[in-house]
Design a protein around this ligand. Structure first.
Ligand SMILES: [Zn+2]
Length: 108
């Protein structure tokens, strides 16, 4: 009984407050709060996603142990293997796209 009566009072308060400026202010405030609550995780997610992508671009996996590390040194910090092989692999990607363009020109 208490729950239903409080619910009726709440709905009555909403009906009284909603057309008034105070009600509109509360609705705007709630909308702003909801917007902030929704936007902050999206913004944080976007920033962390961009950060992760930048980190992924800088990280080169080791061919020997498979551990990804930032490409500051030529040697893997975990197993000490030379990472120059993986660097040449990443450089060969634009070269393959160039060959694709040449074959497309040959067809025309
Ligand atoms: Zn390694």
């Amino acid at each position: 009984m208490n729950r239903s009566s409080s619910l009726i009072i709440f709905t009555l308060l909403l009906l009284i407050l909603l057309p008034s400026t105070a009600g509109r202010f509360l609705v705007d405030l709630a909308g702003g709060v909801i917007l902030i609550i929704v936007l902050i995780p999206i913004l944080l997610g976007g920033i962390s996603w961009i950060g992760w992508k930048v980190l992924q671009a800088k990280m080169i996996p080791c061919e020997v142990c498979g551990v990804s590390s930032i490409n500051n040194s030529q040697k893997c910090p975990f197993c000490g293997a030379d990472k120059s092989k993986t660097n040449s692999q990443s450089q060969s990607i634009p070269a393959s796209s160039v060959t694709v363009d040449i074959t497309a020109e040959d067809v025309q």
